[in-house]
Ligand binder design. Structure first.
Ligand SMILES: CC(C)(COP(=O)(O)OP(=O)(O)OC[C@H]1O[C@@H](n2cnc3c(N)ncnc32)[C@H](O)[C@@H]1OP(=O)(O)O)[C@@H](O)C(=O)NCCC(=O)NCCS
Length: 380
């Protein structure tokens, strides 16, 4: 039987920190209001040249390094995002090119803030089926670009970032133990960006009405979030035939500390078993669970044999919960000089291969163009 083991992890956040005090100068809010209602103290905001894919590429490079895997060994790149670089093509294609995953397929997956749990489920399933051996899953979002910086009810909540994980085929029973994915599309209006899609293409009127930004019914989403986190966590635990006591660490979607505390209280999970970093990053959407998991690993809270529960929720409305058995050591071994040299050579090789591929495409196009001009000359 095949199992999908997590063998690499990494995250990337913009260096620009935006504090609540800074927001006080932009909208009618206070540090005290934001802290007490959400737990958020600061968030990271992408610089003008940073995008969902550029953050995803940085996170993926870290994950490949930890996995000690050449990007050419990847079979598939999945990017969970709700804020892609372009409406088309996918941000996954840009990540695939950026890391030199020359033999991988690539696609985006949009399940909003639940996206990472969805990607984990899809990636693990494709490995368990025997179709693929190495899959990169990335959760990345740059919601600062969708946020209305004049709307105090939403602009204080979100931040940017990316987290990436390498899944690898193994025959030892590890990885995903259970997964619950859910959707309630009747709640589409609770949290959405109304314009910019095919229903309401971007127009001057839409921009003037600020319809190209996130609109949210805060209290409605709050109630949904608490209920669905409790339900989905219970279902995932029951599917894995486990109880709360069997879980070493809960990693909930980092949207609001009050949502997390209410859900964890209802589940009777003690605070020391819950990882939170919402205070530093705000809600980074599909990146929130993978960034939290990476930080939990760095803090020594995940070990070989640990059982983890991940619970996400978001626009859609969507939700996802998973129980994971962690199969590898999390103690980082310093990279030897020769390993680093081999990796550099492999990276150079991939860069060369990509360069050749792009040059070939340019030559083909130039040839086609010359042929067209020639045949047009003949016709004339
Ligand atoms: C957004 C949220 C923090 C608002 O908290 P709340 O206690 O529900 O607050 P309300 O929306 O009821 O608003 C209460 C008051 O605070 C005001 N308010 C809203 N944002 C504010 C801000 N940033 N600063 C100061 N006051 C604010 C409102 O205007 C309202 O004022 P009013 O009573 O005079 O009308 C909360 O609803 C929430 O976290 N919802 C879920 C959001 C979420 O997680 N979304 C992402 C899902 S992936």
């Amino acid at each position: 039987m095949n199992y999908a083991q997590i063998v690499g992890w990494g995250y990337a956040v913009p260096s620009r920190v935006m504090t609540n005090l800074e927001l006080e100068k932009m909208v009618d809010t206070t540090d005290e209001w934001i802290r007490s209602r959400t737990g958020i103290v600061e968030r990271r905001i992408a610089g003008p040249k940073e995008t969902t894919s550029s953050l995803g590429i940085r996170a993926a490079q870290h994950a490949l390094q930890v996995a000690d895997l050449s990007p050419s060994k990847l079979d598939l790149v999945i990017v969970a995002t709700t804020s892609p670089d372009y409406p088309m093509p996918s941000s996954a294609a840009i990540v695939q090119d950026g890391i030199g995953a020359t033999k991988a397929g690539a696609f985006d997956l949009n399940a909003a803030c639940s996206g990472f749990v969805y990607a984990l489920s899809v990636g693990s399933g494709l490995i368990a089926s025997g179709q693929y051996e190495n899959i990169l899953i990335v959760g990345a979002d740059t919601l600062s670009r969708w946020v209305d910086w004049t709307d105090r009810a939403t602009c204080v909540l979100f931040g940017d970032g990316a987290g990436a994980f390498v899944l690898q085929k193994t025959d030892s029973p590890t990885g995903l133990r259970s997964c619950v994915l859910g959707s309630d599309g009747s709640g589409v209006n609770a949290l959405l960006v109304p314009a910019g899609g095919t229903k309401s293409p971007i127009s001057l009127e839409q921009i003037q009405n600020r319809q190209n930004f996130i609109k949210m019914k805060g209290p409605e989403v709050y109630r949904f979030a608490v209920n669905v986190m409790v339900q989905a966590a219970r279902q995932a635990l029951s599917a894995a035939e486990m109880s709360v006591d069997d879980i070493d660490l809960f990693i909930p979607h980092q949207a609001n500390i009050r949502i997390i505390q209410s859900a964890m209280k209802a589940l009777k999970i003690p605070p020391e078993k819950v990882f939170t970093n919402v205070q530093h990053y705000g809600n980074t959407s599909a990146a929130s669970i993978p960034i939290a998991l990476c930080e939990a690993i760095a803090e020594g809270r995940v070990h070989q044999g640990s059982h983890l529960a991940l619970v996400g929720f978001g626009a859609g409305l969507s939700w996802g919960a998973a129980v994971l058995h962690w199969g590898v050591s999390t103690t980082s071994v310093p990279e030897t000089w020769w390993k680093s040299m081999v990796r550099n050579v492999q990276t150079q090789e991939e860069a060369l291969r990509l360069f050749a591929l792009k040059a070939h495409r340019r030559l083909e196009l130039a040839g086609l163009d010359a042929f067209r001009r020639l045949s047009n000359g003949h016709d004339a």
